[in-house]
Design a protein around this ligand. Structure first.
Ligand code: ADP
Ligand code: MG
Length: 448
C-alpha cells in the first residue's frame, strides 16, 4: 500500500523535509547508511520520535555526524529533540523489527492458536454457512464480506474459525500482516498507548494491518473511548480494503451500549451465525479431537457423550479431556460405563427436563392437544403455544435448534430460531408472558 502523504507542516512532513536536506548535504551514501532507515514514529511539541531497524542504525548518524539530525530540523524551523527507538524494543509494537522502508514482516500480533485451523474444524449444518463465509474471506481477504461478523453462543467455534481465517490468510500470502486480538486486548493496547503518549504509533501500527481479527467485540459495550478509536481504525482499514473479522456472542443490534455508528459498520458486510451442532456433528467433533489427541474412543462412547451435551462444544471437549485423563491414570479402556462413572458429576448437573415433558405441560397449560401442537396447523391459539414449547425446549432441555425442530413435527431449525425470537421479543413488553413461562418451568421441573 502507498502511504498517504503526510500533511504539510505535520511533524511527519517536517521529518521528510529534514531528510531531504540531509540527503542534499551529505550525499546518497551517508543517506543510505544513516538516514534512510529512520522511520517517523510520532512526535509531540518537544520530541520527534524515529524508529530504527537496529541499534547500529539508530546510532550511526550520532556517531559519525553528531547533532546533524537536530540541525536539519532546526534549519526548517522545527527545533526538536530527537529520540530514536530501536524496533522490537518499542513497547506495544505490533510488528517489531519491521524495516523502515519497503519491507514487510509477517509478524503476527497475539499468536494465533496453532490447532484452530480449518482442517480441525468439523463442518455440519449448524456451522456450514459460517465456515463457507470464513473460507471465502480467507481466500481473498478484503474482497468479500467486509467486515465478516461471526456470532453465536459460548463454545460454538467463533474463536476457532476466526483463527482459521488468520492461518489460511497467512498461508495464502506469507507477507500478510494478520493481527488477532480480543476486543479486551485492543482496549489494553489503547490504554497503554494513551498513557505513554504514543497514540500516533498506535494508530499507524493498526492501520498497517491487512487482516484484523477482533474477538468478542461485545466486550466493547460501554467503552466509549475504545469504541471511538476502534471506529477510526475500522474506517481506515475498510477504506483501504483490508479485511476485518469480528466475533461476538450477539448480533450487532443486540450488543447493549454499542454506538450506533459502530453497529452500523458491523452490519455492512456479512453476518454469519454459529448454531449448536447436531448429534452427528458432535460425534464427529469428539472423534476428531480423540484422533488429534491419540485417544482410543469407541463410537458408542462418543455417542453417549454427544447425547448428554448438546449445546456447547467446549464442554464436550472438556468431558473428553477428563475421560482421557481418568482412563490413562487408571489404565482402563474407555467404555460407556466408564464414561458414565467418570462424568457422573458433570452430567448430573445438566440432567434436564425432556422435550416430551415440556410439550406435555405446555399442552395442559394452554389447553391444546399434543397432536395439534406437533401438527402443521398455524392458527394462533396453536402456533403460539408451540413457539413457547420450542423456546422452553431450548432453555430447559438445552436442546439444539435442529433437535427441537425435529421433535416439534419435523420443522426446520430456522423455524425454531424464529420461535425463540418471537417469544423473546414478546417478553420485552408482555409481563404476563414472563409469569406464564415461570409457571411452565416450575410445572416442567416437578413433572420431570
Ligand atoms: P467460542 O469462541 O465460540 O466461544 P471456541 O472457538 O473457543 O468457541 O470453541 C470452543 C472449543 O470447541 C474449541 O476448542 C474449538 O476448537 C472447539 N470447536 C468448536 N466448534 C468446533 C467444530 N465445529 N469442530 C471442531 N472443534 C470445534
Ligand atoms: Mg471465543
Amino acid at each position: 500500500m502507498n502511504r498517504p502523504a503526510p500533511v504539510e507542516d505535520s511533524p511527519e512532513h517536517a521529518w521528510q523535509r529534514a531528510r531531504e536536506l540531509l540527503l542534499a548535504r551529505f550525499g546518497p551514501e551517508v543517506y543510505r547508511a544513516g538516514i534512510e532507515g529512520l522511520q517517523f514514529a510520532g512526535a509531540d511539541d518537544h520530541v520527534l520520535r524515529l524508529l530504527a531497524p537496529t541499534s547500529t542504525a539508530a546510532n550511526w548518524m550520532r556517531l559519525h555526524y553528531p547533532g546533524s539530525l537536530e540541525e536539519a530540523l532546526k534549519s526548517i524551523g522545527r527545533p526538536r529533540r530527537i529520540d530514536i527507538l530501536v524496533a522490537g524494543r518499542a513497547q506495544g509494537e505490533l510488528f517489531p523489527g519491521e524495516q523502515a522502508i519497503g519491507k514487510r514482516k509477517p509478524i503476527r500480533f497475539g499468536a494465533l492458536v496453532p490447532r484452530y485451523t480449518f482442517s480441525t474444524f468439523i463442518v455440519g449444518a449448524s456451522n456450514q454457512f459460517a465456515n463457507a463465509a470464513c473460507k471465502a474471506v480467507a481466500a481473498q481477504p478484503g474482497h468479500h464480506y467486509n467486515p465478516l461478523f461471526l456470532y453465536g453462543g459460548v463454545g460454538l467455534g467463533k474463536t476457532h474459525l476466526a483463527n482459521a481465517i488468520g492461518h489460511a490468510a497467512m498461508e495464502g500470502n506469507p507477507d500478510a500482516r494478520v493481527a488477532y486480538l480480543s476486543a479486551e486486548a485492543f482496549m489494553t493496547q489503547l490504554i497503554t498507548a494513551l498513557r505513554r503518549d504514543r497514540m500516533d504509533e498506535f494508530k499507524s501500527t493498526f492501520r498497517k494491518i491487512d487482516v484484523l481479527i477482533i474477538d468478542d467485540v461485545q466486550f466493547l459495550a460501554n467503552r466509549e473511548r475504545t469504541q471511538e478509536e476502534f471506529f477510526h481504525t475500522f474506517n481506515a482499514l475498510h477504506e483501504a480494503h483490508r479485511q476485518i473479522i469480528l466475533t461476538s456472542d450477539k448480533v450487532p443490534k443486540d450488543i447493549p451500549g454499542l454506538e450506533e455508528r459502530l453497529r452500523n459498520r458491523f452490519e455492512w458486510g456479512l453476518i454469519a451465525d454459529l448454531q449448536p451442532p447436531d448429534m452427528e456433528t458432535r460425534v464427529a467433533i469428539l472423534e476428531k479431537k480423540a484422533e488429534i489427541d491419540g485417544l482410543d474412543l469407541p463410537r458408542e462412547v462418543a455417542i453417549h457423550l454427544a447425547s448428554k451435551i448438546d449445546s456447547n462444544v467446549r464442554e464436550l471437549e472438556g468431558c473428553l479431556t477428563r475421560l482421557s485423563a481418568f482412563a490413562s491414570l487408571s489404565k482402563t479402556a474407555i467404555t460407556v460405563d466408564f464414561a458414565r462413572e467418570v462424568l457422573h458429576d458433570l452430567l448430573k448437573e445438566r440432567s434436564t427436563v425432556s422435550i416430551e415433558t415440556i410439550q406435555r405441560v405446555v399442552c395442559e397449560y394452554y389447553g391444546v392437544r399434543l397432536s395439534d401442537l406437533l401438527s402443521q396447523k398455524r392458527s394462533r391459539n396453536i402456533a403460539f403455544p408451540r413457539q413457547v414449547g420450542m423456546y422452553l425446549s431450548r432453555r430447559l432441555a438445552r436442546a439444539s435448534f435442529p433437535a427441537i425442530g425435529e421433535r416439534f413435527g419435523g420443522r426446520d431449525h430456522s423455524t425454531v430460531i424464529h420461535a425463540n425470537k418471537v417469544v423473546e421479543d414478546r417478553l420485552k413488553t408482555d409481563q404476563r408472558l414472563r409469569g406464564s413461562l415461570d409457571e411452565l418451568e416450575r410445572l416442567a421441573n416437578t413433572k420431570a
